[in-house]
Write a protein that binds this ligand. Sequence first.
Ligand code: UD1
Length: 423
Amino acid sequence: MTAKIEIIGPQKINGAVHISGAKNAALPLLAASLLSNDSLLLKNIPPLVDVRTMLSLLEELGVSFHIISDSVVSQTISLKTDSVNNFTAPYEIVKKMRASILILGPLLSKFGVCTVSLPGGCAIGVRPIDLHLKGMEALGAKIELKDGYVHATAPNGLRGAEIDFPIVTVTGTENILMAAVLASGTTVLKNAAREPEVVDLANCLNKMGADISGHGTDTIIVNGVANLHHAEHSVVPDRIEAGTYAIAAGITGGAVDLLGGNLRELLPSFIEKMEQTGLIFSDIDNGLRVQSSGNIYPIDISTEPYPGFPTDLQAQTMAMLCLADGISNICENIWENRFMHVAELLRMGADIEIHNAHAKVSGVKKLTGAQVMATDLRASFSLVLAALAANGKTVIDRVYHLDRGYSCVKEKLAGCGVVINRL
Ligand code: UD1
């Protein structure tokens, strides 16, 4: 039997949530430890299933790690990579967590060899890695695809090159960035991803002795260095978790203090759109207060690479717009199959029509509890949100997706007076 969550609605969120470190920053930062000759101390690591999966992959490669402090919202972990003796990410791990591909850049750069299983598709789309591989080849790597695995070697080391990404890829930018750090000469990444998690990675690599500039813009310049040394780094707050709890305030007609630093800076277009729907944001010590105005106005959103509206908040936003006073339009530009939550929201009484990458969401007066199924990480939380606003009982099946990317959901919601039950 798979894990389920039962929610009796409607409930109103009211309280404060401590925002954890970003999963999408923590995973590349953990992989970056492979580049160093010395230890890396990472703070504000979120206690998530995906983090545990990345740690077990690193452990298989020969990395030793030590959890220095552990709380419900964050961990401090020290990693040491002086006994790396295995260079393979097997299918069993990659199929669980696609971010495993992030070991390719560091291993190739530091050890000149890496074998990693091809990730394959997932619920939200095909998710190719061709741009990672082309980038590695441009840096001088030899790539062979055999038996479902990428076999990459760089017998003479990597050398700097200019890489112009035809589309913005977050993981691709991170992977090539890590490969370029120890390459000889200069690498220029054009049309690079500008996501705060990419900036966080570059900042940490610079603390480790890398020479990276331009991160946060679409052109990143990396001057290769011979080796990296010890550093300490605290993971940037999770803007997607913050945005998700902000939506909880909107959909339930409540209020929430999001604690975790300068969150406003991390969510420019999301906050702009949420203000249009009627949410009120105000700056507080160490975070943001989000309050419902009592109305949900319809809006049009289009997911884009940063600083555009994040695809990782599309499903949650859609759940709220199901209860808006009018028609909203959502265009999903990043993933071709990221409307899996729609069928579930329909079961709860929503009115949504899909045409290719567009969803027309006609607001309804109320949602009703139903049995629904989580299909991916962000979609899982969209169903939690809908269930909190709905009348009656909702049971969400397959919530293991949720635990991959949201820490302590039950506890964090309980701190705001909201009850969810794990079955
Ligand atoms: C993407 C999102 C990221 C989100 C994550 C999980 C963007 C730009 N990226 O990151 O915000 O957190 O999903 O939902 O918003 N692509 C290729 N070839 C490649 C790599 C990517 O064609 O080698 C395409 C993908 O099919 C996709 C787009 O590029 O359409 C963006 O992919 P990418 O940013 O690499 O995916 P993630 O890093 O997983």
